[in-house]
Ligand binder design. Structure first.
Ligand code: DGY
Length: 326
């Protein structure tokens, strides 16, 4: 009835999301929804957020001063269905006392799993192998054909031993890796559990057979993987990125791959996304690119939507959020 809809907070959901998350929000809010798989055009987004109390957003939505101004002072909560929050101007939200919610933890295992899939596909040259089968290039079994580096006995470097980096390290163990090293802002107590050694970034690059980027995109990590970094790696090194495309200078990566300065790269994230189909990276045999699907298991995406919904509802009621970004 009219009375109850008037008291319900107005929430904008910027995309089609798993039903369970939507239903939770619908039970308590008046929803304005862009119910499509592709994002609303920016101008549509800006005009829709006017006067809303809560925003349910995705990592593709730029939550900046312009958008917050358009939303106006009614906006109390921004809840992103992601663990990454480089798309949100966090300082600006803090300044305006807008609460922020995000979804750490629940997507850790799915992302670690996908990172392992990408790593194995890259090192064991699955892209070339599948293509060879499809094109008839697959002749007879050949001793020297489509060989790549294995994990057994390898040194693996993890850049950013957070939740996801730690989970990847645990996945690596049964493959017989000889050594796990990590770099980051500080040494981590949990690293002892998995026998991982803290190294400087440069040292890690120098000694690792596999370099896995698991760090958040910040001003410190922006294009951390550039010409200098690739130069320090082994010529056989396999570089894997499942965090954010912005931590890599892609032109430098292309040159490093093309010239054999490093062995191969597997990317689940690029800059921009989608990666233009004429990107030179896609012409390389030693580069595998997949479309930002780290957390894409049915149950994980549902759990992310539900957690983001619970964050939103708690924030709107002034209750502690299950996962608040401070
Ligand atoms: C995130 O959550 O930040 C990932 O990039 C998508 O799951």
């Amino acid at each position: 009835n009219k009375m109850s809809t008037q008291n319900r907070p107005r929430v904008f959901i910027s995309r089609r999301i798993p039903e369970k998350g939507y239903a939770l929000i619908a039970s308590e809010c008046e929803i304005i929804s862009w119910n499509f798989d592709d994002p609303p055009p920016r101008n549509e987004y800006l005009s829709t957020v006017k006067g809303i109390n809560g925003l349910f957003c995705l990592l593709t939505d730029k939550i900046d001063v312009e958008l917050l101004n358009e939303a106006g002072p009614s906006l109390q909560v921004v809840s992103t269905m992601s663990v990454g929050y480089d798309h949100i101007d966090v300082m600006e939200c803090n300044k305006r006392n807008i609460l922020l919610g995000y979804t750490p933890g629940i997507l850790t295992n799915a992302t670690a799993e996908l990172t392992m899939a990408l790593l194995l596909a890259t090192s064991r040259r699955l892209k070339e192998g599948i293509r060879a089968v499809q094109t008839g290039e697959w002749g007879t079994w050949k001793p020297m054909w489509l060989c790549g580096p294995g994990l057994d006995g390898a040194t693996v470097g993890i850049v950013g031993l957070g939740r996801i980096g730690f989970a990847i390290a645990k996945c690596l163990k049964p493959f017989g890796v000889a050594k796990i090293v990590y770099s980051g802002r500080s040494e981590k107590e949990e690293a002892k559990e998995i026998n991982a050694e803290y190294k400087s970034f440069d040292e890690l690059l120098k000694i690792s057979d596999f370099v896995i980027a698991c760090c958040a995109l910040t001003s410190e990590t922006k294009e951390l993987f550039n010409r200098d970094a690739f130069k320090k790696m082994k010529p056989s090194a396999v570089f894997i990125n499942s965090s954010r495309g912005g931590i890599v200078n892609q032109d430098d990566l292309y040159k490093a791959l093309e010239s054999g300065e490093i062995g191969a790269a597997g990317l689940d994230v690029t800059s921009p996304e989608p990666l233009p189909v004429d990107s030179p990276l896609l012409k390389l045999d030693n580069c595998i690119v997949i479309p930002h699907i780290g957390s894409a298991t049915h149950s994980t995406r549902e759990a992310m939507a539900v957690l983001a919904a619970r964050n939103l509802l708690a924030g709107l009621k002034g209750l502690p959020m299950p996962c608040q970004l401070k």
